[in-house]
Every structure is written in structure tokens, then in C-alpha cells.
Design a protein around this ligand. Structure first.
Ligand code: ADP
Ligand code: MG
Ligand code: ZN
Length: 738
């Protein structure tokens, strides 16, 4: 019987609760089933095989495509006290011998290896001796030709089934396309796999699209306004990567370039500088990305238009793995689309060029659209976004202008209609607009389109506006565009109805049509963990020192989430330090003394700040666990809270007393269904006062405590206090939820 997972999660990784689907995936894996887990970047896929490895006997073999990625994960595991190692071509001689000896003796719980290594004869024999109990295939989309990172070596992995019969497979990927998913299951010969598919929404990412206008300037200003944050700027060409990096360096920003044309050593050095927080920004082509597990990438900028939405999603997905807010900015100019399409002229494979062109247009439609970005993105992957306002994209945050477009739409639709009526054939949008504008072109003269009643009726409006309107009508379904290279437009049934019924049509202006506006429209920072920024900066410095001493990237020591909690709760005892998310027993032993000392030292010179509830994380995206054990009324309160209502608003909405709502929260805290922390509900000072009184009066009954405090602390606060104390005594695993 495997040990229960929750205590191991706390002991090794310092987390109190599972992220969505993690527990379910682990349970199926431990039950010996094949599992295919499709979760977005940052969802916490690694833990799905790392924790089960600790919970059972034997060795977990992890297949991973890149040496850098493997090394990073092994460093992180080692820092958390998990015995793990890696074998690859960079480890030779005595060191390799030592590791193999350790493996033979069962000293390690996890072994990372690249697929080409695994398939060699000697290695397979070793594996047969090493008591392998699970094979985890990370980045499993590498097996598919349809994916973006195809690696032929992955194709061989299915052979492991014969060599290690009965050992279950766990395949993991963030790939969102159905074709690739099917391919993974088939190629790995997964046996009746249990499929786990998470939402692809990334609630902590904010999306903004701005009109592109002197991109280098816009990028610089955006970065300058975020002085302590690191990020990635994606550009189209190797040359732009270099020029932009140089321009940023000239402005005093530590930036490096990354593209496939650099010498391997240079490339590795630049990537390393970024990962080790020595370069704040990397200007890169799409060659940069997979293998970057840096969790605190705070922004991803696309200075050029990505080639398709899948790429845009994957690249923006590299921001905010740690769950803290991060921003995705796309600079959009229609010229980029035209340029991308032009590159296709050189392609010999007409079918492939057609597919690529369609994807590029989809990408441009996304950028020009005036629909919620999140909804549009998820739509593309076949997922529907339930809310009205996502609260995290430029469209939702800056409600756009609407205008009565009835007259213009009538003009454009009837022009398209007349053209078809006259000659029996349709033309491209551009030609229809020239007719509207009363242009004198050869085509117009040849086809006699200057005789149409619609000729010149739109000459008072700039052609670019007609084009924008036309594209909008295609997107909205009033016009349909042919998919051949001519892209002729004709009226759809809906367009015909609109024309004959002269129905009123109100359109929104896409943000990029309104005005150039600020170069860095800020997306809301809801969900950030408010903390003492001074202490946070201090702790970051300490983290870098500790990391350098070990030769690991800073985030291997602690993530920003841990540091922010430290700079919010000011732990000065080991027990308090252990309660910080991300602090397990190994990190407590290794880094606790230095951190505690730094915090005490800070407190000797600074007043601790307190952080009121409304600034705290749960409002934007409270993380919920299964809610089985709570009654319906509590669940309703939680549902409202999750949809963004404050406790006060919930009180009014539901017509309940504040103390009832407070008790709802309290019971959800105790059960572990609401992931919140004391600072969300009361200040550090209040906590100290209650703590003192509780020493004498306990906290089981609140009335004596309330009295002892002279009534200074309201009952609601005491309810919360008690809830946190009770939760501390009941680890989430023992809560009655299934
Ligand atoms: P993925 O492989 O799905 O992109 P990772 O495994 O790299 O995601 O995890 C992303 C981040 O989430 C890591 O920093 C990890 O420590 C953190 N994480 C994973 N599981 C949990 C959890 N249960 N609670 C808190 N943080 C977690
Ligand atoms: Mg991963
Ligand atoms: Zn939105």
C-alpha cells in the first residue's frame, strides 16, 4: 500500500494542496494504469510522477527531450531532498559509474534519461535490473510529427513495452491539439489509458494587443516600466533578435539574444544568463522555449506576428508558470501578415502553403478581433469560456466603443452583391472596396464596374476603414470569403438577410482601431500576492547568493511565491517558516537559517506591514479543491467568491448576515476547500493579539477569547483565526472530502 500522498507533498515540496487533476493522475498511476495527462504549461505536471515515485518502492524512469531540462529538474528534486539522478551523454567515466552503482542499489527514486540513451542494449538490461515501476514520458508531444517539437527518437519508446512488461506509462504534455493527443496514445501503445484533460485557460495570464508602431520603442517602454521583472520578447528573424537585444542593452537593460544561428556555446551561455537572473530579457526567435522551466517569466512580448495561434498560445504560455500574474503583449500591424503571406510564395508544396496561409489569417483575425482574447483563444482549442468578462484581457478591461454601422454595412454588402449580379462572378474584398471608393483601375474599367450604382458611394471614407469593416463582416459571418488564393467575397445567407431587411447593425471598434493609445496598456495585476516589497527584494538577493553557491538557478532554491509569502508573513520561527508554501523539510534545513536570519534582521530595522484582505490573492482566482463535504449554502458562497464577489457583496447578494458568510469561509478553510491564508482576513498585529489571548483561553470557544480581548477583535476575525488553527491541525488529506 503506498504511503498517502498529502504528507509527502508537504514534507518534500512544502505544498498543502494539490493543483487540479494532480491527485487524480497520481492515484491512477499508482493503481498501475496507463495515463495520458494533458495539462497546460505551469499546471504542475512534473509533480504527477515525482510524488508517486516517493510513495512506492522502485525506480521511476523519466524520459525528457533535453539535457538542460533534465538537469534542472534533478537539481530541483535534489534541493527538495528527493533522491534523483540523470544519465546522458554529458555524464561519462567515473561519475557515470558511480550513478549506475547507486541505481543498482536502489539509492534513487527517479532517473531522468533521454530517449536515444534508453534504447541502447546495455541500458535496457540495466533497467530490467533496476526495478523500474513507472515510465513517465514528459513532453510526450515530441513523439508526434504533427507537433511542434518532433523528435524521431521518441518513436522508439514503445519498444520499452516488450522489455519492461507490466510497467505502466504516464505520458504528459501541454499540447492542445487533438491530432497530437491521438498520436501520443497510439505511438506509445498506451493500454486503455486514463485520459486527463485540463482546461487550457491560464487564469494568471493577461492578454493585450496593441497597434504596432515603432516596435523597438514600444518594447523598451514596456520593459522599462517593469524594472524588476524578467521576460521574453519573440521576434521573427535572427537579425531582429540581435538588433533588438543590442538596442535594449544600449538603453541599459540587461538583454541577450537567442536564435538557432548562434554558436552552441553562445546560445547556452545566453540561455543560462536568463535562467540565472543575470539577463533580465531574452530577445528570441521561436527556437527559444522548450526546456525553459523558469517559473518567474513575468511577461512575453510578441513584437512580430506569430505564424499561428497554436504557436502564440505555446509561447505566451511560458509566462507565469509560478501562478503569479504575468502579461502577454502582442504588437500587431497588418503589414506583418502581408509579409508572412509573402514568404509562402516560395513554398513548393501548395497544400502546405494553403494550410499555413489559413493559419496566418486566423492569427490576424484574432489580433484584429474585438472579442475577449481569452475566449477567442480557448475557442480555437475547442473550449468555451463560461464568463462574460474575463477580467484579464484588453478587450474586457477597456470596454470598447460601439458605433451604428448600418449605413456602411448596407453600402458594402450591396456593392458586393451588385458586382456578383453584374458579371456572375465574385471578386476580392480589395476590389469591392475600390469600387466603393470610385477608383479608376484597369479591372474596374474592363469589367464595367464604374457603371454600378454603388460605384463611388463610399469615397468619403478612407479605404483602410472599408477594408477593416469588410474583414469584420467576414469574421462576423455577413460575408463569406473563398478559401482559394483569390479569396473572393460573397454574401452569406446572413448577409443577404441583413441587406434585404436593412436590419440595424451595431459594431464594436477593435481596440487597435480606436487610437494608438499608451504603448503599455496595463493588464490588471489581480492575483498577485501583496507583500513587503523591500523585504522581497532583500530575499531575492539572498536567493541569488544561495543559488550561486550551489551552482543552480535561483528558482531551484525558492520560487517567487515562497519569497512573497515570506515577505508577507515575516516568519521568524522554524514552524512558521515551514508553513510557507514551497518549504519542505530539506529546504528548511538548508535555507531556513539564512532566511530566518535575514527576516529577523529586517524586522530589527523595519515595521512589519500588514496586508488587508482585499489585496490578497483569492479574489481573482481562488484555487478550489473538491467540494464534496460542504453543504450547498457554503458551496454557493464559494461559487460567488470564485466568480469574483467580495465577502461584503456576497452578504448583500444572498441576504445573509456577515457572520454567516464568515462561517461559510471558515468551514471551507478548515476543510481545505478554500486555499487562503491568514493575511487575507486579518492583520499581523491582530494575529499577535489573538495569539497571546489564545495561549491562556484556547480557541475552541470564541466567547471567552472575545472577552479577553476586550471586544477589540470582531467575532468574524476570530472565526477565521480558529479556522486557520484548525486547518493547521488537520492536513488536507485527512479532510473528509473524497
Ligand atoms: P508543467 O510541467 O505542467 O508546465 P511544472 O511541473 O513545471 O509545470 O510546475 C509549475 C510550477 O508549479 C512549479 O514551480 C511547481 O513547483 C509548482 N507546483 C506544482 N504543483 C504544485 C502544487 N500542488 N502547489 C503549489 N505549487 C505547485
Ligand atoms: Mg513540464
Ligand atoms: Zn477577456
Amino acid at each position: 500500500m503506498p504511503a498517502t500522498l498529502a504528507p509527502l507533498l508537504k514534507q518534500y515540496f512544502g505544498y498543502d494542496s494539490f493543483r487540479p487533476l494532480q491527485r487524480e493522475i497520481m492515484e491512477q498511476t499508482l493503481a498501475g494504469r496507463d495515463v495520458l495527462a494533458i495539462l497546460p504549461t505551469g499546471a504542475g505536471k512534473s509533480l504527477c510522477f515525482q510524488l508517486p515515485a516517493l510513495a512506492r518502492d522502485g525506480l521511476t524512469l523519466v524520459i525528457s527531450p533535453l539535457i538542460a531540462l533534465m538537469k534542472d529538474q534533478v537539481d530541483s528534486l535534489t534541493a527538495s531532498g528527493v533522491p534523483a539522478t540523470v544519465l546522458n551523454s554529458s555524464i561519462q567515466g567515473a561519475e557515470a559509474q558511480r550513478r549506475r552503482a547507486g541505481l543498482a542499489q536502489g539509492e534513487y527514486k527517479l532517473l531522468y534519461a533521454a530517449p536515444e540513451r534508453v534504447m541502447t542494449d546495455g541500458f535496457i538490461q540495466d533497467l530490467q535490473r533496476w526495478n523500474v515501476t513507472l515510465i513517465a514520458v514528459d513532453e510526450a508531444h515530441c513523439i508526434s510529427q504533427w507537433g511542434h517539437d518532433f523528435r524521431p527518437e521518441y518513436r522508439q519508446l514503445a519498444q520499452l513495452r516488450e522489455h519492461l512488461p507490466g510497467v505502466p506509462f504516464l505520458a504528459l504534455t501541454a499540447t492542445a491539439t487533438a491530432q497530437v493527443r491521438g498520436d501520443i496514445a497510439q505511438q506509445l501503445r498506451l493500454h486503455q489509458p486514463e485520459l486527463f484533460l485540463a482546461s487550457f485557460n491560464r487564469p494568471n495570464l493577461g492578454y493585450t494587443i496593441l497597434p504596432k508602431d515603432k516596435a523597438a520603442r514600444q518594447v523598451f517602454e514596456f520593459i522599462r516600466e517593469r524594472p524588476n521583472e524578467s521576460g521574453i520578447v519573440y521576434v521573427q528573424s535572427r537579425k531582429s533578435a540581435e538588433t533588438l537585444a543590442a538596442a535594449l542593452v544600449a538603453e541599459g537593460i540587461q538583454a541577450v539574444a537567442y536564435h538557432a544561428g548562434l554558436q552552441p556555446e553562445q546560445r547556452a551561455a545566453n540561455q543560462d544568463a536568463f535562467i540565472r537572473d543575470e539577463a533580465r530579457v531574452v530577445c528570441a526567435t521561436i527556437a527559444f522555449g522548450m526546456g525553459i522551466d523558469k517559473p518567474d517569466v513575468r511577461f512575453v512580448i510578441h513584437a512580430d506576428l506569430p505564424k499561428n495561434l497554436e504557436g502564440y498560445y505555446q509561447e505566451t504560455g511560458r509566462a507565469g508558470r509560478d501562478g503569479l500574474p504575468a502579461e502577454c503583449l502582442l504588437l500587431y500591424g497588418r503589414g506583418d501578415l502581408v509579409r508572412n503571406l509573402k514568404f509562402l510564395d516560395d513554398m513548393t508544396d501548395a497544400e502546405a502553403a494553403g494550410v499555413a496561409a489559413r493559419q496566418m489569417r486566423q492569427m490576424a483575425d484574432f489580433a484584429e478581433g474585438s472579442e475577449c482574447r481569452r475566449r477567442a483563444l480557448l475557442d480555437y482549442f475547442g473550449e468555451s469560456w463560461p464568463g462574460d468578462n474575463c477580467g484579464g484581457c484588453d478587450v474586457c478591461l477597456h470596454p470598447h466603443e460601439t458605433w451604428d454601422a448600418t449605413t456602411e454595412v448596407q453600402k458594402l454588402l450591396s456593392c458586393v452583391f451588385r458586382i456578383k449580379q453584374m458579371g456572375g462572378f465574385s471578386t476580392g474584398l480589395n476590389h469591392s472596396v475600390e469600387v466603393l471608393a470610385g477608383a479608376n483601375t484597369e479591372k474596374i474599367r474592363n469589367w464595367g464596374h464604374d457603371q454600378l450604382s454603388t460605384y463611388g458611394i463610399g469615397k468619403d471614407t478612407p479605404r483602410e476603414q472599408w477594408m477593416t469593416l469588410g474583414r469584420q463582416l467576414i469574421r462576423l459571418g455577413y460575408l463569406s470569403a473563398s478559401t482559394d488564393i483569390y479569396q473572393t467575397v460573397s454574401l452569406s445567407p446572413m448577409g443577404r438577410d441583413a441587406l434585404t431587411q436593412r436590419s440595424q447593425i451595431v459594431l464594436t471598434r477593435a481596440p487597435h482601431q480606436v487610437s494608438a493609445g499608451s504603448s503599455s496598456a496595463k493588464v490588471s495585476r489581480a492575483g498577485n500576492i501583496a507583500c513587503d516589497e523591500g523585504l522581497f527584494a532583500e530575499l531575492r538577493g539572498l536567493r541569488k547568493t544561495l543559488a550561486d553557491a550551489r551552482g543552480v538557478p535561483p528558482y531551484v532554491v525558492f520560487g517567487d511565491v515562497s519569497l512573497r509569502h515570506m515577505a508577507r508573513r515575516y516568519p521568524v520561527s522554524e514552524a512558521a517558516f515551514l508553513a510557507i508554501p514551497g518549504v519542505g523539510s530539506q529546504k528548511l534545513a538548508d535555507f531556513g537559517p539564512a532566511c530566518l536570519q535575514a527576516i529577523s534582521h529586517w524586522l530589527s530595522g523595519h515595521e512589519p506591514q500588514s496586508f488587508p484582505q482585499d489585496e490578497a490573492a483569492p479574489k481573482a482566482a481562488p484555487k478550489m479543491k473538491s467540494e464534496g463535504a460542504l453543504n450547498a449554502s457554503v458551496l454557493e458562497t464559494l461559487r460567488l467568491f470564485r466568480s469574483g464577489q467580495t465577502p461584503q457583496e456576497i452578504t448583500t447578494l444572498r441576504g445573509l448576515s456577515p457572520s454567516t458568510v464568515a462561517q461559510h469561509f471558515a468551514s471551507a478553510i478548515v476543510s481545505g476547500d478554500l486555499e487562503a491564508e491568514p493575511r487575507d482576513f486579518y492583520s499581523f498585529e491582530d494575529e499577535q493579539l489573538i495569539e497571546q489571548a489564545a495561549v491562556e483561553h484556547g480557541f475552541d470557544r470564541l466567547a471567552p477569547l472575545h472577552e479577553a480581548l476586550g471586544g477589540r477583535i470582531p467575532y468574524d476575525t476570530l472565526h477565521f483565526y480558529r479556522a486557520f488553527r484548525q486547518r493547521a491541525q488537520t492536513p488536507p488529506s485527512q479532510s473528509p472530502t473524497p
